[in-house]
Design a protein around this ligand. Structure first.
Ligand code: SF4
Length: 256
C-alpha cells in the first residue's frame, strides 16, 4: 500500500470516470445537436446538464470549501455508483481509495494556504493489538508504548504536537464525536469502506482520509503510517501555541 504523504497519483482512476463520462456525453449531445435539427433544444439542454455535472470538479480553495456538501454528494454518488463495477474487476479498494485521494487533493489545496485552527484526528480501535489490555479507549495515555502496535508511535507524535484525537470502535460514535467537537478539519484513519462512508456521512466537515494497512485482514491488528499523519498535520493544521506564541509540546506526565 502506498503511504507516501500527499501522493496525487492514485486519484486518476476516479477522475477519469468522474470527468470523462459526463464530458463524453456532453460531446455526444453537442455533436448530435449539430447534426440533427429535430430535438436540438433538448440535446443542447442535455449537453449543458452534462457540463454542469463536471463543473464542481474544478472548484478549488474557498470555493471548494463553500460548496463541499454538494461536491461530496456528487462525488460520493459517482464513487458509490461505480463501486460494484470496480468490485467486478477486482479493484474495489483501489477505486474507493482513488475517490479518497481526489478528496484529499482538494482538501490539501484548501488548507495549505490557510491551515485549520481546530482539527480532529479520528482513529479506529483496531489499530490496537488485539491481545493488548491497555484501556486506550478510555485514554490514549493508558498505552504502555511497548512498540508492538501503531498506537505507541501515534501517542509519541500526538503528545508532542498536542493533537485533538478520538479513538472509537464504532463508526456512529466517531461521527457523533466529530459533530460535537465541530472541527474545521478532520484527519480520519480507517479502511477504504469506512472512509467512503465517513466522507459521505460528514459532508459538512472537510476530511483528509488516510487508509489503514490490513496485514492481518479486516479489523484485526491493523496499522497506518504515522509519518503520513504527521506530514498531513504539519502541512494543514496550525500548531498549538501558548500565550507568547510559542509552540508548546505536551509532556507525557502532563497527560498521564
Ligand atoms: S503500543 Fe503496546 S501497549 Fe500500546 S496499545 Fe499497542 S500493544 Fe498496547
Amino acid at each position: 500500500m502506498n503511504t507516501r504523504p500527499f501522493s496525487p497519483a492514485r486519484a486518476w482512476p476516479f477522475l477519469v470516470i468522474r470527468r470523462g463520462i459526463p464530458l463524453g456525453f456532453a460531446l455526444a449531445g453537442l455533436a448530435s445537436a449539430l447534426l440533427h435539427t429535430s430535438g436540438r433544444g433538448w440535446l443542447l439542454l442535455f449537453t449543458v446538464a452534462c457540463l454542469a455535472a463536471v463543473g464542481p470538479t474544478y472548484k478549488r480553495g474557498d470555493s471548494y470549501l463553500k460548496n463541499r456538501r454538494a461536491i461530496i454528494r456528487w462525488d460520493g454518488f459517482w464513487a458509490t455508483a461505480f463501486r460494484p463495477f470496480a468490485r467486478f474487476l477486482g479493484q474495489e479498494d483501489a477505486w474507493v481509495l482513488a475517490f479518497c485521494a481526489w478528496n484529499n487533493r482538494r482538501v490539501k489545496e484548501a488548507f495549505e494556504l490557510r491551515p485549520a485552527r481546530k482539527a480532529l484526528v479520528l482513529l479506529p480501535h483496531c489499530i490496537q493489538m488485539a491481545r493488548c489490555k491497555a484501556e486506550i479507549l478510555e485514554e490514549f495515555t493508558n498505552c504502555f508504548e511497548c512498540g508492538l502496535c501503531t498506537v505507541g508511535d501515534y501517542l509519541r507524535a500526538s503528545l508532542l504536537a498536542r493533537w485533538d484525537a478520538r479513538i472509537t470502535n464504532r463508526s456512529h460514535k466517531a461521527y457523533r464525536e466529530a459533530r460535537e467537537f465541530r472541527p474545521d478539519l478532520i484527519v480520519a484513519v480507517s479502511c477504504a469502506d469506512r472512509l467512503l462512508k465517513g466522507l459521505i456521512k460528514l459532508p459538512e466537515v472537510p476530511v483528509y482520509a488516510i487508509p489503514l494497512q490490513l496485514p492481518h485482514g479486516m479489523c484485526v491488528d491493523t496499522a497506518f503510517s504515522v509519518p503520513h499523519l504527521q506530514a498531513v498535520m504539519e502541512a494543514l493544521v496550525k500548531p498549538k501555541r501558548d500565550a507568547e506564541g510559542k509552540v508548546t509540546p505536551l509532556r507525557h506526565e502532563e497527560s498521564a
